[in-house]
Design a protein around this ligand. Structure first.
Ligand code: ZN
Length: 127
């Protein structure tokens, strides 16, 4: 049974009522797949905007950490199953290694070096 404190009665996108499942699991926050997809697109756009607002400069790490604190909780959603969550995040980390390496090959020198270093450090930590 979903936690009645955390289980919303209405869709966080359109406001329509939500029927929570009787079975165990994470409570629903959306009335439909369309609303969930709309929320995911909005979250992705917000993540991109936040990241774009902090890229570059000497205090990048500090500003990036502050920006992460401004992201909606949905940006950090994970599958309820801990094994699935771990596998998903590890796969995302490998995708990030690849993306960092690609950016390192094309970005401004000061950012490219930072990306290459991050790719190498992250890859080494995943092996
Ligand atoms: Zn909805």
């Amino acid at each position: 049974m979903p936690d009645p404190v955390r289980a919303p009665d209405h869709c966080c996108v359109c406001g329509d009522p939500i029927e929570q499942p009787v079975a165990q699991g994470r409570p629903r926050r959306h009335c439909s797949a369309a609303c969930r997809a709309r929320r995911q697109r909005a979250t992705r756009a917000r993540v991109k905007a936040v990241v774009a607002s902090v890229v570059g400069g000497p205090d990048l790490e500090e500003r990036m950490r502050a920006a992460l604190g401004r992201l909606p909780e949905e940006a950090f959603d994970l599958p309820a199953d801990p094994d699935q969550a771990a596998l998903l995040v590890l796969a995302e980390a490998w995708v990030l290694v690849e993306r960092l390496e690609r950016v390192a090959a094309t970005g401004r020198p000061e950012l490219a070096a930072r990306c290459a270093g991050a790719a190498a450090a992250l890859a080494a930590s995943l092996i």
